[in-house]
Design a protein around this ligand. Sequence first.
Ligand code: OAD
Length: 279
Amino acid sequence: MDAAATTTTGFELSAALDARLLQTAEQMRGAASVVALTGAGLSVESGIPPFRGPGGLWTKYGEPPLDGYQRFLRDPVEAWRQRLHPTEGWAMGLQETLREAKPNDGHFALAALEASGCCDALITQNVDDLHRQAGQRALLEIHGNHFWLRCIECHRRFDPQHFEVDEARLPPHCPACGGIVKGDTVSFGEPIPPDVLRACYAAVARCDLMLVIGTSATVFPAADFPMEVLRKGGAVIEINPHESELSSVATSSLRGPAAAVLVRLLHHLRAHGQAGATA
Ligand code: OAD
């Protein structure tokens, strides 16, 4: 292992893992369309807990009710009160954590891959906004964005900075169509907004190499995207320190924390003349 294989996050890559990263960089150079699919594991190094596994929110507090969307529809006023003044343990902690979190080296490495033409689209299950803050442009937030609002009828998104919510007149309504506005995060039991789902399917249809980063690959439809790439004969490269549902079928599994692995992958792509555009 050379000195450069000790990454900025302090994780020491083994020579074997480094060799596989070099190979992954070569595969990416030969691919027609690379798409990244990310999950909560990518933001662990930004201080945001994952959902499942050790330290996971659902592990600690139990899974929230699976009919969150139906509850919203039954009583949108109460759902809005919970959003504005959460009382459930996991929601209270998460709001604060999300407000304070900053993108980590993994988010920046992915934005750099995109900027230099090595990644066509990024589908994230994360609602934490960190990809956008890192400068990612072709971003598909399949589970929405914690900070944004969305009309449940016409799917327009609103930046809360420019959308006044009057606590005396809940729920807020869409200025364009009059539909009820809720948080953009997709609740349990809520259909994925069709615009973003269509864009995900279009990206997956073009993709012949998918990087699957920091996700347990258990929640559908996102969990089916790598399977679809495999069905078409494409490659799926998993980046995750632990085994996931995907590990047994993935083309390759790179075992390490996402930030360290992605920084080193970017290094290999740059060393061979690609991914040189931005830091
Ligand atoms: P999970 O919590 O299910 O999985 C997190 C994954 O990250 C696990 O496989 C961990 O091994 C891995 N991991 C942990 N630390 C890591 C690190 N430093 N680097 C890389 N990987 C690491 O999270 P998701 O798969 O994203 O849905 O969960 C999918 C959906 O389930 C979420 O979007 C959420 C939840 O219900 C909604 O909010 C709608």
